[in-house]
Design a protein around this ligand. Structure first.
Ligand SMILES: N[C@@H](CCC(=O)N[C@@H](CS)C(=O)NCC(=O)O)C(=O)O
Length: 224
């Protein structure tokens, strides 16, 4: 299959889930990076400069055999099915995984609920309030719903949910988001367990070495 994954030069979970899934599955794809300038044009026109169609004028976008597919969840599932990290014939496990992908979207939207164009001071203030309120609640819910036994989010099955949680939590605890402390994951042993287990996978290490800037802070996970 001919696959192109289009995103910015940033290891954000929305794009890392499909990219790492394909990489783990040894499925070749074109890792297409676009600039913010080109993205401004995408938002206005729904097309890359070369004419590639971008549904909903949003990224990430996957082009599979000429079909443009948008929406993080749809792309994650598509690539997960190709790589064996999302079930094709098990609707219960599929739904269990979906819950976590959708929760990752909820958390991401929460972090920008004050708008993207507000000042850093306002972001900082709003996010501090979020930690005491909705964000804190969502992290507690995530912790509560991760499987108690085994290595992964869903029992003993490594899936796209684990990659999503690892990368989202890495970003959240990186210290790069105004108002969110690096130790935000302290006291969440199951979240930390999943993240540390994902990061210890050889293919994930290989991907990080290949594509992440050397000084990129991937997150602050603790063994607790
Ligand atoms: N619902 C979309 C949202 C994706 C999204 O917000 N992407 C950002 C870039 S990270 C974007 O394209 N923003 C521009 C816009 O929404 O107009 C998804 O789940 O993929």
């Amino acid at each position: 299959m001919n696959l192109t994954l289009i995103y910015f030069n940033l290891p954000v979970w929305r794009a890392e889930v499909p990219k790492i899934s394909l990489f783990i599955g040894d499925i070749p794809f074109d890792n297409r990076i676009i600039s913010f300038e080109e993205f401004h044009r995408v938002r206005a026109t729904g097309r890359l400069d070369d004419g590639t169609f971008i549904p909903f004028n949003q990224l990430p976008c996957l082009v599979a055999n000429g079909n443009s597919i948008a929406q993080t969840g749809a792309i994650a599932r598509f690539c997960g099915k190709l790589s064996g990290l999302y079930p094709i014939n098990d609707i219960f496990t599929a739904a269990a995984i979906d819950q976590f992908i959708d929760l990752a979207t909820d958390i991401t939207e929460l972090l920008f609920s004050m708008g993207r164009d507000v000042s850093d001071d306002i972001k900082k203030l709003k996010r501090e309030q979020l930690i005491a309120g909705e964000l804190g609640k969502k992290l507690n819910m995530l912790e509560l719903n991760i499987c108690s036994d085994g290595m992964w989010t869903i029992a003993n099955q490594f899936s796209i949910a684990d990659i999503a949680i690892w990368r989202l939590m890495g970003w959240l605890s990186s210290g790069s988001l105004e108002g969110i402390p690096k130790n935000i994951l302290k006291g969440f042993p199951k979240i930390n367990r999943v993240c540390l287990n994902v990061e210890s996978k050889e293919k994930v290490k290989e991907w990080i070495n290949l594509t992440y800037p050397k000084d990129y802070v991937r997150g602050n996970f603790v063994e607790n």
